[in-house]
Ligand binder design. Structure first.
Ligand SMILES: Nc1nc2c(ncn2[C@@H]2O[C@H](COP(=O)(O)OP(=O)(O)O)[C@@H](O)[C@H]2O)c(=O)[nH]1
Ligand SMILES: [Mg+2]
Length: 650
């Protein structure tokens, strides 16, 4: 799909100028293709259908006559115009003087802030053998709102259709945003936009555009590759006019800017505009909202993740900028990667959120996690940054294809298996229970006892975990309960798996999460894991009617997992959480049975898991080793499931 440039939906051309200069004649000769001998004072408004205009935009042509229209009408005509053609007669100096003394100020007054482009039209060239263009060019320097000028004759039809084409172009491809006639150079914002475009096209990041890159650029902007001869011609022009427009047979940024300056100076604004629009810029050279934020409907109960195309694009982006191939981004590499964005999407120092290397530089894994996290919690930002980074150009499509909306949770539950690749785990517990250390331990390989900085602990932490050989991303959301009666918001409850955290050394800690469990999770389908933190301290009796172990038994949830940030870090808890998220309907770890693996692997994995989670005596594995048939083992497996899943409250 090629994205159409966001052109205007309609062009309104108004002809002004002194009486008798030939406005009405010009309009009528355009329409009838012959010079009208007898003209009315004013032509009726004419609509030219889109398909017969060069730019395929419906165009209205509006005439004005001081004889039958008053000043108020004139003012409102100017306000409604998208471009004004000020007509003068080349044989009438008065009509030329009145351009600057009367017509230009009048247009300026009425076009308020929208800066209506102006085309100067010298009519009746059939009557003289000289040109007025030199004097007009001088006027253009004084009035930047004048887009262009043209001489024509309604009588001989010379330049009549061209004049309307220029007027149309002045609206659709205006000069002033991209080129300053005064400075004879591209405007600053145009240079900034072209610099982003240049960097996106510079695939090998060497600061130059080689033939392949130029060809890709051309194909993407104009849907046709460059002819080899054209490439040579372009470079020849650059070599002739610039010292450093070409380097190692590649086009430099300076050369690239020079080419655009040439296009514009030769009246080919539409070329530069086509490039700018293709890269998302609007008429004010800002990136258009529709381009940055495409609409994607995300029904409730669904989440958003990167699609294969999105992941592929981002992986490739990483490879391009990881110049030293150490699978992490140094501050310089990071800065360069996001140099096409107004600001980086996240700070270079993200070591508190995702995995980094030992220097604190974001690793490839961390980078993917960070994108997954952003796509999960802030989809518009993902769209915005994909656009800045050139996704739409590389993939020739909107950013929507970089994202996939996951299946509704209800369906996941019905199928007893999550289709998601990114799971959100809400880690809920009272302040000081050790939640944040638990979250932090997920991304830190070495156990550090450092306190969080002033900004406190981050709300989200993401890392990859293996769930039965499949790489999944687990996002931990840190939610602090300030008081026992603190209610949870709906988004704090809804997640793929909940982790309720209490402090084993604090007798008042468990009641917080017990209440939360009963109020929000007991009747929900969300799997829950209870984690007792600070396991290195002495466990105390909880001041609650049930002790954690009895509580878990009563509500048929997995036994409490113990964690200490001071001892050897337990990564298996995160795997458990991800596994529970993957197989949500079964609260107990018996959902391991749902795995689709090779029978032998399936069984050994199954046994290992059951033992690990303490639901099977250790010697089951010995039965297996003793050579019991596969079928028998499967039968045992099923019996175990049955026994465990039968409700039995003790
Ligand atoms: N020789 C010549 N006469 C023209 C041309 N265009 C208009 N006229 C004549 O100039 C007079 C005024 O034209 P008109 O269209 O009514 O001017 P308006 O008042 O600006 O609308 C008419 O007599 C036209 O025939 C032209 O290109 N060449
Ligand atoms: Mg007229």
């Amino acid at each position: 799909m090629v994205i159409k440039s966001p052109l205007k939906s309609n062009v309104r051309i108004l002809l002004l100028g002194d009486r008798g200069v030939g406005k009405t004649s010009i309009i009528l000769s355009l329409v009838s293709e012959e010079f009208p001998e007898n003209v009315p004072t004013r032509a009726e408004e004419i609509t030219i259908p889109a398909d017969v205009t060069p730019e395929q935009v419906p165009t209205n042509i509006v005439d004005y006559s001081s004889v039958d229209q008053n000043e108020d009408t004139l003012n409102s005509l100017v306000k409604g115009a998208s471009v004004v053609c000020i007509v003068y007669a080349v044989d009438n100096d008065d009509s030329i003087d009145r351009i600057s003394s009367y017509w230009l100020p009048l247009v300026k007054q009425n076009s308020l802030d929208k800066c209506c482009p102006i085309v100067l039209v010298g009519n009746k060239i059939d009557l003289v053998d000289y040109s007025t263009i030199d004097g007009i060019l001088q006027m253009m320097e004084d009035f930047p709102e004048i887009e262009t000028c043209i001489e024509c004759s309604a009588k001989t039809l010379k330049n009549i259709s061209e004049m309307f084409y220029y007027a149309q172009k002045a609206v659709l491809h205006p000069t002033s945003p991209i080129y300053s006639v005064e400075d004879g150079d591209l405007t600053e914002s145009c240079k900034i936009a072209l610099s982003r475009i240049f960097r996106i096209c510079d695939m090998d990041c060497d600061g130059l555009l080689n033939d392949t890159e130029l060809n890709n650029f051309q194909s993407r902007c104009f849907n046709a590759p460059l002819q080899p001869q054209v490439l040579d011609d372009v470079k020849a022009v650059l070599r002739k006019n610039l010292d450093d427009g070409v380097q190692n047979n590649c086009v430099t940024f300076k050369g690239f800017l020079y080419l655009h300056t040439l296009f514009i100076q030769r009246g080919r604004n539409e070329t530069t505009w086509a490039v700018l629009r293709r890269f998302g810029y609007n008429d004010r050279l800002q990136m258009a909202k529709e381009y940055l934020f495409p609409t994607l409907r995300v029904p409730s109960g669904c989440t958003t993740e990167l699609s294969h195309r999105g992941q592929h694009f981002l992986t490739h982006l990483f490879q391009r900028f990881d110049k030293d191939k150490d699978m992490s981004l140094s501050p310089t590499e990071f800065e360069e990667m996001f140099s096409t964005c107004p600001t980086p999407p996240w700070p270079a120092d993200v070591g508190e959120i995702v995995p980094t290397n030992e220097k604190g530089w974001i690793s490839f894994q961390g980078y993917i996690c960070q994108w997954a996290l952003m796509t999960l919690v802030d989809l518009p930002k993902t769209f915005e940054y994909l656009a800045y980074l050139g996704y739409n150009i590389y993939e020739n499509d909107s950013q929507v294809t970089a994202v996939q909306v996951t299946r509704e949770k209800k369906l996941d539950l019905a199928k007893k298996q999550s289709s998601r690749n990114v799971y959100q785990c809400n880690v809920i517990g009272p302040g000081g229970s050790g939640k944040s250390s638990f979250c932090r331990n997920f991304i830190k390989s070495n156990v550090e006892h450092r306190k969080f900085g002033n900004c406190g602990s981050p709300d989200f932490i993401a890392n990859m975990v293996q769930v039965y050989g499949q790489e999944k991303i687990l996002v931990l959301r840190d939610i602090t309960l300030k008081s026992m009666s603190d209610p949870l918001q709906s988004d704090e409850v809804h997640c793929d798996v909940a982790c309720l955290v209490y402090d084993v050394s604090n007798p008042k800690s468990f009641e917080f999460i017990a209440r939360i469990y009963i109020k929000y999770f007991a009747d929900s389908k969300i799997p829950v894991l209870v984690v007792g933190c600070k396991n290195d301290l002495e466990e105390v009796k909880q001041e609650y009617l049930l002790q954690p172990s009895t509580f878990c038994q009563k509500y048929k949830i997995l036994p409490t997992q113990y964690f200490s940030s001071k001892s050897h870090s337990r990564k298996d808890i995160y795997v458990k959480l991800a596994t529970m998220a993957a197989f949500p309907p079964l609260r107990r770890m018996v959902h391991m049975l749902m795995l689709r693996q090779q029978p032998s692997e399936w069984l050994s994995q199954f046994c290992r898991n059951l033992r690990e989670f303490g639901v099977l005596p250790a010697d089951v594995a010995t039965w297996w080793k003793a050579g019991l048939s596969l079928a028998a083992i499967t039968a045992i497996g099923l019996i175990v499931v049955k026994v465990i899943s039968t409700p039995k409250v003790r």
